[in-house]
Ligand binder design. Structure first.
Ligand code: KG4
Ligand code: ZN
Length: 399
């Protein structure tokens, strides 16, 4: 079967065509038009601007996805769309486009939870055969166009129960899955999401938007030699290392908190600003703070994931969401699993699928479709009448 999926929950207009055959799914096209350049100016995503861009881009991105997949409307068996959560003006564009296509093409339609999509990006695995396409509408050029890659979903590779650490711009959750599409949230952030903390700290440090990649790059440049900083505190000169708290590291649950960490960065930056005697260039300070902040976030995420795994004994641990693009997090969690839980497999979304895309939505839709009864499948053709975007959609809500 061929699935056409649409994702517009935030600042990426994305359409993908994915083919499913005997449990394997091949991504035939993955078109993504990023709005980063537009929102950069504002230091974050502006919902109404995002919606306007989605409206402008949705048709060209759709056409690109279909043509790159060499697929015509009559070949599509199912339409899937991100129903929520996300920015409502942005979600409405994708949902409306999907409903219109479903009505005009007379194809079944299903709504997918955005985070469910991120989790199912893990089921896309790399296999070098076919071509993948990344579409940058604003620049009208193909990213990675030289890459000859086929992405397949190998259903049998993953064993339940699975534990997924979800880290995105809006969510930080530990999700236990005893089977496909069954989610138990065993821990979550009490305030800011991990990605949100990266973005806010990047803003404090003047590193720009989006914050995650900027912090990661600054942290990678950090050199240990400047770590012993001389600073004045209460008129006493002291050698002080930059050290941030690891919030809720030893709390008796699997929850997280990142807003205090962001405040700690803010106070320290202000202190450094006031202290003109520091002989360290500003970018070196930024790098030192970014490195310690990133490490504080990773320490908490890794510690809680391992603790949860020791309690629930998953056969597979997965990472999902935009922050799963962070190389240090990917590597450090992998090393800790190898060291403490050597029989547990570790899975990651292939790099292009950590960030928002529509292939992940199609992947989740494939597994939803397999679980639906024939009656449900038949009535999915009428879903265009009732499907509504829902900014606050929860994981276990009926979709
Ligand atoms: O999943 P996503 O693309 O959108 C949401 O569903 O929220 O995640 C976006 C978040 C942003 O906060 C961004 O700063 C963060 O993912 N991010 C990263 C990295 N790349 C993106 N955070 C840390 N390191 C990265 N390399
Ligand atoms: Zn996302």
């Amino acid at each position: 079967m061929k699935i056409l999926a649409i994702e517009t929950s935030c600042d990426e207009t994305a359409v993908s065509v994915l083919e499913g055959q005997n449990g394997n799914l091949n991504v035939l096209s993955n078109a993504v038009s990023s709005q980063i350049e537009l929102h950069k100016e504002w230091g974050g995503v502006v919902p109404n601007l995002a919606a306007r861009e989605h409206l402008k881009n949705i048709i060209p991105v759709l056409e690109t996805a279909l043509s790159k997949a060499k697929t015509k409307q009559e070949d599509i068996d199912l339409i899937a769309v991100t129903q929520g959560p996300g920015l409502i003006p942005a979600l409405l564009v994708g949902v409306d486009a999907a409903k219109t296509l479903s009505y005009v093409w007379q194809k079944p339609l299903i709504g997918i939870h955005h985070i469910e999509g991120h989790i199912y990006a893990n089921f896309i695995s790399e296999n070098k055969v076919n071509s993948i396409f990344n579409f940058q509408f604003s620049k009208f050029k193909t990213k990675n166009s030289k890459q000859n890659t086929k992405y397949q979903i190998l259903n049998t590779k993953y064993k339940f129960p699975m534990l997924c650490l979800v880290v995105s711009g809006g969510h930080t959750q530990l999700v236990l899955m005893r089977d496909h599409l069954e989610y138990e949230i065993i821990g979550e952030t009490q305030d800011d999401a991990a990605g949100e903390a990266f973005d806010k700290v990047a803003r404090i440090l003047g590193l720009g938007y989006p914050g995650g990649p900027a912090i990661a790059a600054a942290a990678a440049n950090f050199q240990f030699t400047i770590f012993n900083l001389q600073k004045k505190s209460n008129n006493k000169k002291s050698n002080t290392q930059i050290k941030f708290p690891r919030p809720m590291l030893h709390s008796n649950d699997f929850n997280f908190s990142f807003s205090g960490l962001k405040t700690a960065v803010l106070y320290l930056s202000k202190e450094f600003e006031k202290n003109s005697k520091l002989q360290i260039p500003n970018h070196k300070l930024q790098e030192a703070i970014a490195a310690e902040f990133q490490q504080a976030v990773i320490d908490v995420l890794v510690h809680k994931t391992i603790k949860a795994a020791e309690k629930y004994n998953p056969k597979t641990i997965m990472l999902a969401g935009g922050v799963s693009a962070n190389k240090e997090l990917r590597d450090q969690l992998g090393e800790k699993i190898k060291e403490t839980l050597p029989t547990t497999s570790y899975n990651l979304p292939p790099n292009p699928y950590s960030l928002d895309n529509a292939a992940m939505i199609a992947s989740a839709a494939y597994f939803r479709w397999q679980k639906m009864s024939q009656t449900e499948k038949n009535s999915a053709k009428e879903n265009w009448k009732t499907l509504e975007a829902n900014a606050g959609l929860r994981m276990n809500d009926e979709l």
